[in-house]
Structures are given as structure tokens and as C-alpha cells.
Design a protein around this ligand. Structure first.
Ligand code: FAD
Length: 415
């Protein structure tokens, strides 16, 4: 049984093809989501259906896989069964937990409502609605102070998601929206990126993170470094000595692992990630593997394996191989060995930074490579063509086709 059809779980399924195993894949959603482009759905550049695909149809050719949509709420280790939210249970021989992570608010869960994070399609469409609604309300606002607050966007966290969101909101305001509004000048939009550490894109070499900061500042983004957020209230965020009034605040700072460690009653790190063995099994339970964002594992140099898609894919592939070996009665594989293939981040619609380790790229060339890599990793020809065409439109005509404000329940976004 595999729980979670994200990058880790899906790659395990993929690499178990042809193994003498009956696979049950359980996910609480009916779709696999390409999270690296989620910020583009949140900023109206891409439609949700371009970055998510029904799991069932992705695996329709795999007769060895049963796909179930259900939320797992626990694991009964003694009975070897996962417990589902509807009160039923499903038995397993071997279990792979690949349930990912959510946002973490460093003990300030009350901030979640005021500064939502980006993790699911629902998060992306809600943030898209909030951003677009702010412009709509600003168009009708007569009080200049309140109008400026509506045209102000604060992004908390200067990692790749924060950088990509900040750059794309700036592009949206400066390139896409100006001709569509009459009362407001969307060039007055203020985008503030707040990072507690001394640089953005922590983990990238200093020259690339400096380049990213300057590129963002050229797009009009205010980059504020070195002060953690200490308070978030409706319409305002405080960090260090500063308080910025912004009607829209987005959280891109911390992550918290899924509760898989609690289900198993096993040791976890401060972010709730399971401390797995070097072969990615749960301590004391060789029949349970855990992979992806829900685990903490070390790279060969002792550094933590980053919570990124290639790591989850490599772990899924490794675990599939380990299971194949067991089924064939072959000796166990050596410990999991993570290979870092590179780090990529887009800055606005024409620039990116890439660190392959052996070569560093920046600017337009990096953007083209970033675009090609992301199109390559999408699922299916239709999505690839559609995303490529959309980006061409954004690049050449500044148009973003997914500028829809939608609300659950269908009520109007404007009170
Ligand atoms: C906004 C954003 C941008 C990112 N950008 C990049 C990037 O540019 N490059 C990069 O490499 N990585 C990026 N990442 C990180 C990358 O997406 C993750 O590292 C990767 O998705 C982890 O894979 P996973 O399989 O562990 O978890 P996920 O892909 O999150 O999949 C977990 C799955 O488990 C399911 N699940 C969770 N709980 C339950 C439950 N209780 N019951 C049933 N199912 C459950 C979920 O529905 C989900 O389908 C980004 C992440 C985010 C959120």
C-alpha cells in the first residue's frame, strides 16, 4: 500500500511496474499536483487543470494498481492496516507513507487565516481570488490610504516560492493589469518580500541570491532581509521595527510534515518529519517505508536532503527497488544516496537562477532552461503544449488567461 500520490508515492508506483505485487494507492485527493508551478496558478498565469491530473487516469494502464480516494487518519501497526477517515481500514503487507507536508507557522497557527500558504489547488485559487479581488476593491476605493493598502502585497519567506510569487505579482501589476483598470494605476502596487535570514534563496550561492534580489528590486519588489515576522493582524504585518499595511499577505515561510510520525508513534524532528533509517524504513518496522517531505534523511555529505520534488522521486525509486529486491529474495540495497541535480527559481517572467553545482546560470538563459525543464516535467502532451502557449502569451503579450475570481459556494467575493 502506498499512501500519497505526490512525487514520492507516484515514483514508487512507477518503478514497481512489473513487480509481483498488488499495489493499492490511496490519496485524499483525486489528482496529482505539480507543486513547483502552483504559484503560477495563484497568480493567474496558469489554470489549475494545467498543473494537476487525475491520478486514476494517469494509472489507467496499470492493472496492478488499485487507486482509492480516501483520507488516512492512522496506522494500526500491529494489525498491519491503515485507518481511514470514514472509519474503515485497509490491510497491507508493506506500507509506503508519502504524505508530504503542509505550511508551518512556527507556533503561530492563528496566522494561517490572515496569511494563507500555498500547497493545494484550493490554496492557489483562494490566493488568486484574494489578489484579484484586492485590485477590484482598489478600483472602487476612494480613501487613498485604504486604496494603497489594497494595492500592497506582503509575501513572508524568501525561499523559491516567495521569490517566484513576489516577482509574478509584480509582473501582473506592472505588465498585465494596467490597461484593464480606469481609476487605479496598478503601477502603484507595492510588493514586499520579507525574509528573516540574511539573504533570499537561502541554499543558493551568494552571487545567485544577490542577483535574484537585484532582479526583484528592478521589478519593483521591496526585499526586506534579516527580520522575522513577529505579528500578523488583519491587513498588516510586523517584522523588526517595521509594520507594513497590506491587505494581502501570503505565507511562504515554514513547512510542517504530515502527521505520519504521529500515526506511527515514532521519532520526528522539530518539523514533524519521521527520522527514518538509512534504507528509508521506519525504525523497528522494516515493513514500513516513509519518503518525501514527510521524512528527514541525510545526504552523503551529512547535510539534510532538501524537501524538493527530485528528492521525493529518488526516494520513491529507491524504495521500489528495495521492495523488488525483497520479493526476489535478493540482498538489500545499500543505504539511500541522494544526488542533487540542481536548484532552479524563476524571478518574474524573463529571469531565473539555476545552480547545477558545476555551473551557475542567471538571467534570460536561465529562464529559458527553467521553462524547458518545467515543461518537460509536466504530465502529457496537452499540458505541455497548453503551458508553453500560455507562457508565450505572457512573455509576448503580457496576458494571463486564468484571471478568474472564484469562491467556494459560489458567493460573490465583494461584500
Ligand atoms: C508552492 C510550492 C512550490 C514548490 N516548488 C518546488 C520547485 O520549484 N522544485 C522542487 O523540486 N520542489 C518544489 N516544491 C516541493 C515539492 O513539491 C515537494 O518536495 C514534493 O511535492 C514532495 O513530494 P511528496 O511526495 O513527499 O509530497 P506531495 O507531493 O506533497 O504529495 C503528498 C500526497 O499525499 C496526499 N496526502 C497527504 N495526506 C494524506 C492523507 N492523510 N491521506 C491520504 N493522502 C494524503 C496528498 O494529497 C498528496 O497528494 C514546492 C512545493 C510547494 C508547496
Amino acid at each position: 500500500m502506498i499512501v500519497g500520490a505526490g512525487f514520492g508515492g507516484l515514483w514508487a508506483v512507477k518503478h514497481l511496474k512489473g513487480a509481483p505485487a498488488d499495489i493499492t494507492l490511496v490519496d485524499q485527493r483525486n489528482h496529482h499536483l505539480f507543486q513547483p508551478l502552483l504559484y503560477q496558478a495563484a497568480t493567474a498565469s496558469l489554470a489549475p487543470s494545467e498543473i494537476a491530473w487525475p491520478i486514476r487516469s494517469m494509472l489507467h494502464g496499470r492493472k496492478d494498481v488499485t487507486t482509492l480516494m480516501a483520507a488516512v487518519v492512522g496506522v494500526d501497526i500491529a494489525a498491519r492496516a491503515v485507518r481511514l477517515a470514514d472509519g474503515t481500514a485497509i490491510a497491507y503487507d508493506t506500507l509506503i507513507l508519502a504524505t508530504g507536508a503542509r505550511h508551518g507557522y512556527f507556533g503561530h497557527d492563528e496566522w494561517e487565516k490572515l496569511a494563507p500558504g500555498l500547497k493545494t489547488i484550493e490554496d492557489a485559487t483562494a490566493i488568486r481570488g484574494t489578489i484579484l479581488t484586492a485590485f477590484e476593491q482598489a478600483e472602487r476605493e476612494t480613501d487613498p490610504k485604504r486604496q494603497q493598502a489594497l494595492l500592497s502585497f506582503a509575501i513572508v519567506g524568501g525561499g523559491p516560492t516567495g521569490v517566484e510569487l513576489a516577482g509574478t505579482i509584480a509582473d501582473l501589476a506592472h505588465d498585465t493589469l494596467p490597461r484593464d483598470f480606469r481609476a487605479i494605476d496598478t503601477h502603484r502596487t507595492r510588493v514586499v518580500l520579507i525574509e528573516a535570514g540574511p539573504k533570499i534563496l537561502n541554499g543558493y550561492p551568494d552571487d545567485l541570491s544577490d542577483y535574484a534580489r537585484h532582479a526583484l528590486e528592478k521589478l519593483g519588489v521591496e526585499v526586506c532581509l534579516g527580520a522575522p515576522v513577529t505579528q500578523i493582524e488583519p491587513g498588516a504585518v510586523t517584522f523588526g521595527e517595521r509594520r507594513v499595511e497590506a491587505e494581502t499577505i501570503v505565507w511562504a515561510a515554514g513547512v510542517r510534515a504530515s502527521p505520519a510520525a504521529e500515526w506511527l508513534g515514532t521519532t520526528a524532528d522539530r518539523s514533524g518529519r519521521i527520522l527514518v533509517e538509512p534504507d528509508l524504513t521506519v525504525p523497528g518496522h522494516p515493513e514500513i517505508f516513509a519518503i518525501g517531505d514527510t521524512v528527514a534523511v541525510k545526504a552523503p555529505d551529512g547535510s539534510p536532503v532538501p524537501g524538493i520534488a527530485p528528492a521525493a522521486k529518488q526516494e520513491g525509486t529507491y524504495v521500489a527497488d528495495a521492495i523488488r529486491r525483497r520479493l526476489a529474495g535478493r540482498p538489500a540495497a545499500p543505504a539511500f544516496h541522494y544526488h542533487h541535480q540542481g536548484s532552479l527559481a524563476q524571478i518574474g517572467k524573463r529571469k531565473a537562477v539555476i545552480d547545477f553545482g558545476w555551473i551557475r546560470l542567471r538571467g534570460a538563459i536561465a529562464w529559458w532552461l527553467w521553462g524547458i525543464a518545467h515543461i518537460y516535467f509536466l504530465v502529457g502532451v496537452r499540458s505541455r503544449l497548453s503551458v508553453a502557449l500560455n507562457w508565450l502569451w505572457v512573455y509576448t503579450r503580457n496576458q494571463r488567461g486564468a484571471r478568474l475570481i472564484t469562491r467556494a459556494g459560489g458567493e460573490s467575493a465583494i461584500e
